[in-house]
Design a protein around this ligand. Sequence first.
Ligand code: GLN
Length: 288
Amino acid sequence: MNYELKKVSRRQLYDECVALLNAAGKESADFDVLCIFQDMLGDKNPLFLPGKEIPPGTAERIRGLVKARSEGEPLQYLLGKWEFYGIELYVGEGVLIPRPDTETLVEHTLDICREKGIRSPVIADLCSGSGCIALALERELPGAEIYAVEMSPEALAYLRKNRELNNSRIHIIEGDILSPEVISTLPEADVIVSNPPYLTAQDMTELETEVLCEPSLALFGGSDGLDYYRAIAEKWRDKLREGGIIAFEFGLGQHGDVEEILRSCGFTDISFRKDGGGIIRTASAVKH
Ligand code: GLN
């Protein structure tokens, strides 16, 4: 029998995929399909040639990705790469996806460094994950000596690949940020920065399908979500030089508690920043 796979144009497949994601209730259907098309076809404007035929093998691969997306797989994991602060990063199962909110932490940290005239700081990025914060800070502060601390083997694999991808010189420290041996590995720091796990036990019961695909180790911050702020402020204080800076990201409504923790550990000059959505998202403070 003469059997031929059905031909499909870019426009036809695009519409088919968007309809599938819309039916699955994905609000970002158009954006998701566009990103998948750009990636799979290697074309920034895939609909510029709407009638162009898609090779059958490629069409099947696109359908496979869109099906996984319709079932709740994060777009970023499907693409395998994601941009943060203008930097390309590998992402995938086992590592937290860099959020735009975290760019606020990078900006806040850079502003405080500029304000204090700190140009070539020693920086410790605790719970580094993909390395997004460490790599963004390195790009903006080329003279900095940056230590990225991470304990998850899966996340470390991405961190290493991302260091290579960005021709970076950051130091990767493998281990638990709460372990005295890990703390003693690092030199005295001018800046400690962290986006630790901060979701509460309650939050963990209400995760969206996409977030359920991400590692709970990177999300769960203890019953009230604040375990890591307490531990970092206490255990890492001595690693920070006098006048050094600590900067945290946290979740919606946690600013008062984080402020209290910083104050009780003797930090001063506490300042906050809002993210793009207007949520108070980061705090910085000084050790005196
Ligand atoms: N921002 C993540 C979320 O909203 C949480 C990441 C974290 O705990 N640091 O799911």
